[in-house]
Design a binder for this molecule. Structure first.
Ligand SMILES: Cc1cc2nc3c(=O)[nH]c(=O)nc-3n(C[C@H](O)[C@H](O)[C@H](O)COP(=O)(O)OP(=O)(O)OC[C@H]3O[C@@H](n4cnc5c(N)ncnc54)[C@H](O)[C@@H]3O)c2cc1C
Length: 318
């Protein structure tokens, strides 16, 4: 098997999601290469060797400066042909999903998406995909090569192998229709503290907070624990907290060491995004809330009483 892993770089660094998928690909065996597409990305690409790539293909071109998918489809097609890859893995992101779909159309290749695991059965690659609202896991395969797969965000943690990778520059030809779109504006959301994907501690809030102002309970507790604040879809949809903080089926998948859920019922669509957390602590006034079925520590009570006391105690201990 010859596997290519699509690696995104932000601010000169390869993203954790891509490095995690690279490590998984290396564990499956065969030739594993990373592919980095962008402008001025050669330095970032070199870092892939330490996470399981023996080769890193780089297409460094001004046409790839903006995070737009279509020029990346052209560049990736060139790399697939140059490398002879039979498998291309994408860690899910908004950009990667568009690139994967475009490449599937271009190569007439099969794309399995939202995979949460991969394994070899003999010479066959088998993907694992949650289905029916994440209540069952199904095996999926490919009937031809190249096989393309989008891996659910946050599924694999990067593992440092300490190796080095040979860097190969590839030239791409861009189609006229690929370079027609233009990035008009790029806004960066300012965030204080760690992001929910990287945080060891997350304090998440749900509808039980009572309103947007209720998030102060989460923010104060997260602050004292050095953690990040997350939210359920119900409160994001209500405009109480930004979408970037949503955890769950249609939000982010997180796996912190500690996940504190305040006023969250524990719906299956929320659970699938945080069930990989080390320890789950839930505060809910309803003793029959589903979250108590999978929390490690459940506190039945009013969060407006419990959260401030907990924050105060932790602050005093510090
Ligand atoms: C296709 C689809 C995709 C979805 N994707 C997601 C997703 O990605 N993420 C997600 O989170 N949801 C998702 N949902 C929505 C999901 O089904 C639930 O509706 C949502 O998670 C509920 O959010 P909640 O727990 O904040 O609200 P609720 O279910 O309303 O729960 C609020 C909880 O707060 C408790 N409470 C109230 N007051 C207090 C208090 N003072 N103290 C303590 N506890 C209190 C209540 O007992 C209750 O258990 C999706 C749904 C669908 C259909």
């Amino acid at each position: 098997m010859t596997t290519l892993v699509f690696l995104e770089s932000h601010d000169g660094e390869l993203t954790k999601g891509g490095l995690g998928v690279l490590g998984k690909a290396a564990a499956l065996g065969g030739d594993v290469a990373g592919v980095v597409l962008g402008s001025g990305v050669a330095d970032a690409a070199a870092g892939a060797g330490a996470f399981g790539a023996s080769t890193v293909y780089v297409v460094d071109d001004e046409a790839l400066a903006a995070p737009l998918p279509q020029p990346r489809v052209d560049a990736l097609e060139a790399v697939v042909r140059e490398s002879g890859a039979d498998t291309v893995l994408f860690p899910a992101s908004v950009l990667a999903a568009d690139v994967a779909a475009g490449l599937a159309a271009r190569l007439e290749a099969g794309l399995n998406w939202d995979l949460t695991d991969l394994r070899m059965e003999g010479d066959e690659l088998v993907g694992v995909r949650p289905a029916l609202g994440d209540t069952v896991l199904v095996d999926v395969g490919w009937s031809s090569t190249p096989r393309l797969a989008l891996i659910r965000a946050g599924t694999f943690d990067p593992v440092e192998s300490g190796g080095t990778a040979e860097t190969k520059a590839v030239a791409a030809t861009f189609q006229d229709f690929s370079t027609g779109a233009r990035l008009v504006e790029h806004l960066t959301e300012k965030a204080a503290g760690p992001s929910i994907e990287d945080a060891d501690v997350i304090v998440a809030g749900g509808r039980g907070l009572g309103g947007p102002e209720g998030f102060s309970h989460c923010e104060e507790l997260a602050d004292v624990l050095g953690g990040a604040v997350a939210a359920t879809r119900a409160v994001v949809d209500a405009g109480w907290y930004p979408y970037a903080a949503q955890v769950g089926q249609t939000g982010k998948t997180v796996s912190p060491k500690l996940y504190v859920a305040l006023g969250i019922s524990g719906a299956i669509q929320h659970k699938v995004g945080m069930q990989g957390s080390g320890t789950i602590v839930a505060v809910n006034k309803d003793p029959n809330a589903p979250i108590f079925d999978f929390a490690d520590l459940g506190v039945v009570g009013d969060l407006t009483q419990i959260a401030p006391k907990l924050t105060e105690l932790l602050r005093a201990r510090r």
